[in-house]
Design a protein around this ligand. Structure first.
Ligand code: ADP
Ligand code: MG
Length: 364
């Protein structure tokens, strides 16, 4: 089931009563989520991700705009009639019910010709429990399960009615690092198996990049960019997106275009054909340099960290906006830690230039 958002907007009265203006939690969103895909909705805390999910689920009513599931306008439909499954950060299971009863719960109040017998409900609950690999614990209560297992039960409960759209709001945030990794792989597998259109909300770029078919990046209620994770990483449309994606983060320099050349300080970095003089930001991905004593970019060497396959060169530069810069080079490249400076060539595909005022990308 594809999901289409048209001019979707949600305003809230400001919680700070002294401020008259509304908070625009979701600001004029237009996009189409293709059928059967897993979309990562990504942005910093407070940017409107949960509000967006609540609008799609029907828990919130939009101030403006429309939501379509397939060709159907569902904007005014109550949540229970939308055919959605919801999973939240705090698993919100019924503590007094067994795993089986928790998973069966959404089936209990089906009406009319959809009404199921106890046996049918038990069968469906077991099938779904198998899908999320929790079927060995059907008789346990939530308190007798680990966080990861509880979250699987919550996912099973969201899936048992075979929703048209599955909505997950930071489902892994309460899990420790190892379980987080494992559970995100599980979610990916379950999504592939069921092919249910899924929206996965997270503030963790690595999480979104690793499991999503497509990511949507938002900031302050505003759409920034949508695309395959690697495309967005390779072609960020603005400085915010460039900085938000990638670990270690992109290295950003205050730079200038002058006489059709790009400069960082006095260092001429590359051509900037047909571009007028202006201030810019130059972003270089950590993997975007090649060690060269005669390279155009010179930084003060702080330290070198060898990490198996790679070497991380930690350095500084007076023109950088990052306090420390981090470049990743192959471990075979030897650097003398006693050197005061280190110089690099820059790989053109890893260099991104943004207008200093608008912070929009400039193509060199
Ligand atoms: P996220 O999930 O990305 O952290 P939210 O969607 O929860 O962000 O919130 C987006 C913005 O809307 C925030 O500024 C938040 O304070 C505000 N907001 C969310 N819900 C309400 C509400 N019920 N009343 C007032 N403001 C709200
Ligand atoms: Mg949220």
């Amino acid at each position: 089931m594809k999901v289409v958002l048209e001019h979707l907007t949600k305003k809230f009265p400001n919680r700070n009563k002294k401020i008259k203006e509304d908070v625009i939690a979701v600001n004029d969103f237009n996009f189409e989520i293709p059928d059967g895909k897993l979309i990562g909705l990504l942005g910093p805390s407070g940017c409107g991700k949960s509000t967006m999910l609540n609008l799609i689920s029907g828990l919130e009513t939009p101030t403006e705009g429309k939501i379509f599931f397939g060709e159907d306008d569902v904007t005014k439909l109550p949540p229970e009639n939308r055919g959605i499954g919801l999973v939240f950060q705090n698993y919100a299971l019924y503590p007094h019910l067994t795993v089986e009863k928790n998973i069966m719960f959404p089936l209990e109040n089906l009406k009319g010709d959809k009404k199921l017998t106890k046996e049918e409900m038990k069968k469906k609950a077991l099938e779904t429990a198998k899908l999320v690999q929790i079927d060995a614990y059907m008789e346990r209560k939530p308190a007798e399960l680990s966080g990861g297992q509880q979250q699987r039960v919550a996912i099973a409960r969201a899936l048992v009615k075979l929703p048209k759209v599955l909505l997950l709001d930071e489902p892994l945030s309460n899990l420790d690092a190892r379980l987080r990794l494992q559970t995100r792989e599980e979610i990916r597998r379950i999504q592939r198996e069921t092919k249910i259109t899924t929206i996965f909300v997270t503030h963790d770029q690595e999480e979104a990049m690793s499991i999503s078919d497509m990511i949507v990046v938002m900031k302050d209620g505003l759409f920034q960019q949508m695309g395959k994770p690697q495309e967005v990483y390779n072609e960020p449309v603005n400085l915010f997106v460039a900085k938000f994606l990638g670990t270690p983060p992109i290295n950003v320099f205050k730079a200038k275009i002058k006489k059709e050349k790009l400069y960082i300080g006095e260092a001429e970095i590359c051509d900037a054909k047909n571009l007028s003089d202006r201030d810019v930001f130059a972003g270089i991905r950590p993997e975007g340099v090649i060690l060269n004593p005669k390279g155009r970019l010179t930084c003060k060497l702080d330290r070198v960290e060898v990490m198996g396959r790679d070497t991380s060169v930690v350095c500084t530069n007076d023109h950088a906006t990052n306090d420390i810069l981090r470049f990743i080079i192959p471990a075979e490249n030897k650097i003398d830690e006693d050197d005061k400076t280190v110089s690099f060539d820059i790989k053109p595909s890893k260099l991104h230039v943004f207008d200093a005022k608008t912070e929009e990308v400039i193509k060199l």
